[in-house]
Each structure stands twice: as structure tokens, then as C-alpha cells.
Design a protein around this ligand. Structure first.
Ligand code: F3S
Length: 261
């Protein structure tokens, strides 16, 4: 598994770069003993604890929920905490870890996500409730819940955003993460601003800027499909007024029982 003569060691190559002192990034190698069930994040912890405390990376939950440990492993954006180390070892016994592409490096594997969050806020990711909020609960049909379900499981890790080549060329593009959130709000029968949202995302930096590259689907560690969400938003933007009228009508009945077929 490794070139050092042992089958139990993996050569973990980490991109090191501190913009304050380094002229350019370099790969630094560490030998890590492969243990049963070890993830790439475990290997990074091992390196930081026992080899080199200066190696810098983000992590938090270790369970694929917080999205902090998204990075580029062997050329693919994914979550380090959900990636078994042994699955990534190449024929030369190496695993190569780099920061998420297209984002400025703060240090080593930590990137500056400012544009990512700015674009997220741009789509107003919060729910805009109707004036006539039901006294009890909103009643949504199983079909309405199902339509939102997958988009709701996005953990905002940034893997899709930094895999999109359009982002690489143009940071004004809203991006798959924020458009998936816009999809979630537009499709939500409780939201009272679908027309305004559709008008916003049909602008120059929105859904028509997507070139259907599909990288966002490949990168998503949760198996979501931002491309399909963007395509749905394109179609809805073309019939925005009709969609708005249907939403107004739907919101007259938000507190009524739903008949389950
Ligand atoms: Fe980018 Fe995904 Fe569109 S990778 S170009 S947002 S299909």
C-alpha cells in the first residue's frame, strides 16, 4: 500500500500554503498508519496530533452534518469525514488532499467562503410567510413535502459551488448551492414571495448563467441534484405570473385538512 515497504502505511499528501509567507502552494507528504474504519478526516487528525500541528483544516461534527470538512480529495470535492481513507489510496499508495477549488486559500485546506455565503444571502434563503398565517399549523400535502424533501437535506458544505466551472470564471454567478435553496423556497406552499424570487434568479447572474456542466451533481456528498432544481426554476421563471397566482390561491387554504389519496 505504501512505498515505504509496509502494507499498513499510506502516504497522505496535503497541499500546504500560507499566503502570508509562501510564494506558492506545495504538497507535503506524511506517512499515516492505516487503521480499520479510518476516514480521511481521521488521517488529518492523526497528522495534526502526531506529525505536524501546523497543518490547518476545518472540521466540526465528524458525521456529515455540518459540512465543515469539505475539501478536494484526489481531485474530487467531498467530505473528509465520510470518505474512507483506504478507498482513496492510489496505485502508488498515496492520497492527495487539496482545498476546495475556485476559493481563496486562507491557510492549507481552509478556504475563504465569503462569496459562497454572499450568494446564499442574495436569494433570501428564509421563508417569507403569508399575511394570513393559520392559527394552528400549515397543512401541506405529502406531494408538497416530497417535492421539498431532498433540497432540504443540503448541508451547505460548498462542494457543489467549488466544483462549478462557471463559478471558476465568474464569481457573480449565484451558484448551485444558493439556487437549490431558492428552489426550496419557491416550491414551498407557505412562501409568499415566489414571484419576486423567480424574477431575481432569472437575472444575469441566475439560472440562465448555468451551463448545465453537471459537476455540482457529481460533487454533492448528499446525492442532491442542483442541476434539476435549476432547470425547474428556469421553467417556473417563464410562467412566473401564473405560478404566483396559483400560490396565492393555494395560500387561501393553508389551514384546511389535506385529503390523502
Ligand atoms: Fe455549475 Fe451545476 Fe450548472 S456545475 S454550470 S451549476 S449544472
Amino acid at each position: 500500500m505504501s512505498q515505504n515497504g509496509s502494507n499498513n502505511f499510506v502516504t497522505v499528501r496535503i497541499q500546504r500554503y500560507n499566503p502570508e509567507v509562501d510564494k506558492k502552494p506545495r504538497l507535503q507528504e506524511y506517512q499515516v498508519k492505516l487503521k480499520a474504519g479510518m476516514t480521511v478526516l481521521d488521517a488529518l487528525h492523526e497528522i495534526k496530533t502526531h506529525h505536524d500541528g501546523s497543518v490547518t483544516f476545518r472540521r466540526s461534527c465528524r458525521h456529515g452534518i455540518c459540512g465543515s470538512c469539505a475539501m478536494n480529495i484526489n481531485g474530487r470535492n467531498t467530505l473528509a469525514c465520510e470518505t474512507p481513507l483506504k478507498d482513496e489510496v492510489d496505485s502508488r499508495g498515496r492520497v492527495t488532499i487539496r482545498p476546495l477549488p475556485y476559493l481563496p486559500v486562507i491557510k492549507d485546506l481552509v478556504v475563504d467562503r465569503t462569496t459562497f455565503w454572499e450568494q446564499y444571502l442574495r436569494v433570501k434563503p428564509w421563508l417569507v410567510p403569508p399575511d394570513n398565517i393559520p392559527e394552528k399549523e400549515f397543512r401541506m400535502s405529502p406531494e408538497e413535502v416530497e417535492a421539498l424533501h431532498s433540497a432540504e437535506t443540503c448541508i451547505m458544505c460548498g462542494a457543489c459551488y467549488s466544483s462549478c466551472t462557471v463559478i471558476g470564471l465568474n464569481k457573480r454567478y449565484i451558484g448551485p448551492h444558493a439556487l437549490l435553496k431558492a428552489f426550496l423556497r419557491v416550491l414551498d406552499p407557505r412562501d409568499a414571495a415566489p414571484g419576486e424570487r423567480l424574477a431575481d434568479i432569472a437575472g444575469a447572474d441566475g439560472v440562465y448563467r448555468c451551463h448545465t456542466v453537471f459537476n455540482c451533481i457529481d460533487a454533492c456528498p448528499k446525492g442532491l441534484n442542483p442541476t434539476q432544481a435549476i432547470e425547474t426554476l428556469r421553467k417556473l421563471a417563464q410562467k412566473r405570473q401564473k405560478f404566483e397566482a396559483a400560490r396565492r390561491e393555494r395560500q387561501q387554504h393553508l389551514s384546511e385538512p389535506i385529503s390523502v389519496k
